[in-house]
Write a protein that binds this ligand. Structure first.
Ligand SMILES: [Zn+2]
Ligand SMILES: [Zn+2]
Length: 259
């Protein structure tokens, strides 16, 4: 199974899940043209996509969703609340999904789960194929026990590591925006991501990708170091025990297990 971040960050998100037979795109926070370029970099074409799954209606997740669904006739899956809040124009095929109700797309099993984020009915997704579990969890205001339960047992996880709290506090964002990001329905900090990583590594997850980094309030180096330091304090060595990759903002990133 391939788990590939096409773009990741506050300005746009899209992730490809593929087991060779079934190809699923999660979010399309990029133009149709940029999506085609990203897929070409991994020898794929948007014609090959079997489904587009949406996590929530924020523009960094749905920017190109309507365009690519129409252009390539791709069925779209989202919760009722997300559909009601998306402004994507006509979509050829809607599929309403519900948190904690699993479904299948081709040969891949999918389990959506609620995430604490300030959108209508946002979800993360776990994917199941060949006895493996892969999970995407970004845009999570805090790591609840419920979300941690859904992450547990995953072989590979794309986890949000949005901001360094000090950079955010000291930075130039207006106060209400800082409050929004720091709130329990905003975004996950590097510290919170690192703490979750330790627990998940201890329960058996082997491959981690950090994603949805803030452009203003984080750097790939700071996010990586914060996770690596916490893991090493917990006795987990990056490289030996687990792999750790930071998803690039504007370029395709393979999870290190597949490089
Ligand atoms: Zn969001
Ligand atoms: Zn987002």
């Amino acid at each position: 199974m391939k788990f590939i971040s096409l773009i990741s960050g506050s300005s746009g998100n899209a992730t490809l899940i593929s087991d060779g037979g079934t190809n699923i795109l999660v979010d399309c926070g990029m133009s149709g043209k940029k999506l085609s370029e990203s897929l070409a970099a991994i020898d794929m074409h948007a014609d090959e996509l079997d489904a587009l799954l949406i996590t929530h209606e924020h523009i960094d997740h749905v920017r190109g969703a309507g365009v690519i669904a129409r252009r390539y006739n791709i069925p779209v899956y989202a919760t009722e609340g997300t559909f009601a809040s998306m402004e994507t124009g006509a979509i050829p095929e809607w599929n309403v999904i519900s948190p904690d109700a699993d479904f299948e797309i081709g040969s891949i099993g999918v389990m959506p789960f609620s995430i604490p984020h300030d959108a209508s009915q946002p979800v993360g997704y776990s994917f199941f194929s060949d006895d493996r579990k892969y999970t995407i969890a970004t845009d999570i205001g805090h790591m609840s026990g419920y979300v941690l339960n859904h992450l547990t047992g995953s072989d590979t996880i794309l986890l949000e590591s949005n901001h360094d709290i000090d950079m955010l506090r000291m930075g130039t964002y207006p106060f209400p925006l800082k409050q929004r990001i720091l709130s329990s329905t905003g975004h996950l900090s590097n510290d919170d991501a690192a703490e979750a990583l330790c627990r998940l590594a201890q329960s058996g997850t082997e491959h981690f990708m950090l994603g949805h980094l803030s452009k203003e309030n984080n750097t790939p180096q700071i996010a990586y170091m914060s996770a690596q330091n916490a893991l090493s304090e917990a006795g987990i060595n990056v490289g030996d025990d687990i792999t750790l990759t930071v998803a690039q903002r504007n370029a395709v990133t393979l999870c290190e297990a597949f490089v």
